[in-house]
Design a protein around this ligand. Sequence first.
Ligand SMILES: Cc1cc2nc3c(=O)[nH]c(=O)nc-3n(C[C@H](O)[C@H](O)[C@H](O)COP(=O)(O)OP(=O)(O)OC[C@H]3O[C@@H](n4cnc5c(N)ncnc54)[C@H](O)[C@@H]3O)c2cc1C
Length: 388
Amino acid sequence: MDLRFTAEQDAFRRELQAWFEANRPTAPLDPPYSETGLAQHMEWERRLHAAGYAAPGWPAEVGGLGADAWHQMIYDEEYARFELPERLNKMGLVHGGPTVLAHGTEEQQRRWLPDLLSCERIWCQGFSEPEAGSDLANLRTTARVEGDTLVVNGQKTWTSQGTIAHTMFALVRTDPEAPKHRGLSFVILDLDSPGVEVRPLVQLHGNAGFAEVFFTDVEVPLENVVGPLNDGWRVAQTSLQLERGTGRGTHTRLRMAVEHLTEDVRKLAADDAGALQRLGALRAWTYAYEQATFASTDRIAREVPDDSFSSIIKLRWAEIQTAIHEENLAVLGPAAEIPDWIGDEGELRGMRRTYWHGRAGEIYAGSTEIQRNIVAERLLGLPREPRP
Ligand SMILES: Cc1cc2nc3c(=O)[nH]c(=O)nc-3n(C[C@H](O)[C@H](O)[C@H](O)COP(=O)(O)OP(=O)(O)OC[C@H]3O[C@@H](n4cnc5c(N)ncnc54)[C@H](O)[C@@H]3O)c2cc1C
């Protein structure tokens, strides 16, 4: 569908464009895992927040603009188009905070969300454990109820931004006797609490983008449980659906990536019928993905239940992203081996970084296979494969 925006929506877009143009960082920021990089990102976050552009879709009572789903999509599109820095608090902004908005009490929202929005506290996600990835309900971190306190013991892993985060939204087992999906709770934990140990996981590129987080008798107020006690699986579904959904301008990023690829094919592979055919397919997929994003925004605006729609979205963007990167490598050939390939216009493409990070897109937020299972079982009603 060709979207027609209202005059007011167009004005909002122009306002954003003018502000981004005038305020965007003049040079790429360092990764946030060093003191200088963290300071640069914090400065950018502060600037966004002061202008009211930290999360336009959040309610005004907690510091947002109360903008609707379409305005938020316009914001995500322009943020992506201007290639602005990756948000430091992305997990809090895209899924942690909105889950508290959906299931938390007003008191919880007032207590946690303003600091998240201003980036005074960075949030991370504590779902995965050594024995609980795809099978998330297998998690073993326990939270024993003692009066008005939870006593947490166990371990989380693959905690993105765990080394710089202050707050974790975690799924923990509060009733070990209940069936595995029913004894879980969704809880907000301060990582500076006694008994929390964050061990950085340093990756090949030298950054500690992940951490393992260990809990030994960590005391958390019972009032930090979001939603009812032992109903965390349902609350976590909201968080996962938001994480898998459309909220990051991905359609704009994919469109820009496919435009770059088109330029490269024109320059380097214009006579290669196979490359042209694959490019055509990728352009069609990207267009279809963009349409799915508009459909998703329309559903969010009309408060239609998710119905596995976010799993389709996640499945498609992860696959298209991988395919674009693979085609880029095929077209560029040896040039792709240069770590930060510089194009004709002097632009830095960061090929190796985006290629490798792109591969992870088929794993995080639930792997491609798991999204297929969800679509097959929950949307199409196909029978589950018998488990041994
Ligand atoms: C970049 C990145 C960032 C991450 N950040 C976070 C984070 O911040 N917080 C957090 O909690 N977690 C995070 N994760 C962890 C992520 O959620 C898990 O890696 C993911 O859910 C897969 O779990 P696993 O690694 O244990 O793999 P496994 O579950 O062991 O799966 C291994 C393989 O088996 C396949 N498989 C498993 N079960 C099935 C099945 N039933 N049917 C078909 N195939 C199946 C999977 O698709 C996969 O290919 C991150 C991961 C990555 C890569």
